[in-house]
Design a protein around this ligand. Structure first.
Ligand SMILES: CC(C)CCC[C@@H](C)[C@H]1CC[C@H]2[C@@H]3[C@@H](O)C=C4C[C@@H](O)CC[C@]4(C)[C@H]3CC[C@]12C
Length: 409
């Protein structure tokens, strides 16, 4: 591997900027070298302590509904085109939370804890939208797949989906850019509105990680993603690092059009997914709506105190590992992690000996996905179930297991 501008210190750019703590420079350089030829399961990478997060990936499902009032808004709209626009608006409003909130909170992207099979994350939001509930479960460990369901009974809104990630890295450490060549997400989400028996198939954007060379990684989104509704509307979102019109980072443009008529948009949206965006009527060019994360604040998710959590719940299970990471105590981190890993290994062995599979608490593997099949053709999406260890559906019967106040009636 070539060096950075003649220096062996790969953690410093030409202008000398580096976020890598001096004592971690060696391990960061080794980490960069180890991932240079990497291809595959992101969870298997061993990263230096300063880049480790105390949060498990199973918690990331909560990013879908941190603005509950935006999440439920489509249920109150009678016009199907406006309703589809409000679903698109909600989706765009989640991007900042999904892909840059950790950066804002922690100063850079971090490597999340790799969830174990059956790991759970349960919570609820209470605000003007009433109660919005979240169930997230690690439905597969090899490959890592997270399933989630978020619902608001008052408004009859439900989002369910599952996802996995596949990645490869560029090996061009000698040039300025050192990034994931690509990290594409496998899986999808379905947004359902009871009042109109309407479904929206949501595809997930591909992403890449920039800023690795200086030790301050951050996510950029690229290519396009889609939302296809059962009411006959398609939304296409195009992501670019720097907008060709505005020159601003994390830019996107989106349009909503009747299925198959991309040249006849009804709404166009542009802005930054980390900032504000504007929704225009495509014909009159008039601004009809907007979203600004500084105005529409997030609602805090309520999670049960660790002592009251089930032993499979994420924050309880990872408590000791998280405490050790926070203290920078890597010996204890490894020790506590190995306890979880050994327990998991023993459980898998027992299941194998008994000829059974781990019973997922809230999800069931399905043979087919009729809603996906009905909506996916227009946007050219395929189910890719071999990469997600199956098709995963939230099971309302199993949800009767939920402890109050999460229990489904
Ligand atoms: C920081 C680097 C050194 C280690 C690699 C970390 C890598 C595994 C992380 C970094 C960003 C993570 C994305 C995150 O931005 C948001 C989401 C959306 C959520 O709905 C599903 C998970 C996903 C795709 C994360 C996956 C793990 C990523 C790529």
């Amino acid at each position: 591997m070539a060096s950075n501008g003649g220096s062996c210190d790969t953690t410093t750019t030409k202008n000398g900027a580096s976020a890598v703590p001096p004592q971690s420079k060696g391990s960061w350089t080794s980490f960069l070298k180890s991932i240079a030829s990497f291809n595959g399961d992101l969870s298997s990478i061993t990263a230096p302590p300063f880049i480790l997060s105390t949060t498990s990936l199973v918690e990331y499902s909560s990013y879908w509904a941190e603005h509950p009032s935006v999440f439920v808004a489509p249920a109150s709209e009678q016009d199907p085109a406006k309703r589809a626009m409000l679903v698109l608006k909600w989706f765009l409003s989640t991007l900042k939370q999904q892909y840059s909130s950790r950066n804002e909170k922690l100063g850079s992207e971090k490597k999340p804890l790799n969830p174990f099979l059956g790991e759970l994350f349960l919570g609820r939001w209470e605000d003007d939208a009433g109660t919005t509930q979240l169930v997230s479960e690690q439905v597969s460990h090899h490959p890592p797949v997270t399933g989630y369901c978020i619902w608001n009974r008052k408004y009859g809104i439900r989002l369910q989906g599952y996802n996995a990630q596949k990645a490869s890295f560029s090996n061009t450490i000698n040039v300025k850019v050192f990034s994931f060549r690509k990290c594409y997400q496998i899986g999808h989400a379905i947004f359902h509105i009871d009042a109109f028996s309407e479904d929206y198939l949501i595809t997930l954007p591909s992403l890449h990680i920039e800023g690795l060379i200086t030790g301050s990684p951050y996510v950029e989104l690229n290519k396009s993603s889609y939302i296809q509704s059962s009411s006959g509307y398609t939304a296409r979102i195009d992501y670019s690092g720097k907008g060709w019109l505005s020159g601003k980072k994390n830019s996107f443009t989106a349009s909503l059009y009747p299925e198959g008529r991309e040249k006849e948009p009804i709404y166009t949206i542009s802005g930054q997914w980390t900032g504000s965006f504007t929704i225009c009527d495509a014909k009159s060019k008039k601004v009809v709506d907007n979203f600004d994360p500084n105005v529409t604040k997030t609602t805090q998710l309520i999670v049960a105190p660790v002592e009251q959590q089930d032993e499979m719940e994420s924050r309880r299970a990872w408590q000791k590992v998280a405490q050790a990471i926070s203290k920078g105590d890597m010996d204890t981190t490894s020790y506590e992690k190995s306890i979880i890993e050994n327990q998991q290994r023993d459980m898998r062995k027992k299941e194998k000996d008994e000829g059974r599979e781990w019973e997922r608490r809230f999800f069931t593997r399905a043979e087919t996905h009729p809603v996906f099949d009905a909506l996916s053709k227009t946007i050219g999406e395929s189910i890719n179930d071999t990469s997600t260890n199956g098709i995963w559906m939230f099971d309302p019967e199993k949800a009767k297991n939920l402890r109050p106040p999460f229990r489904q009636q």
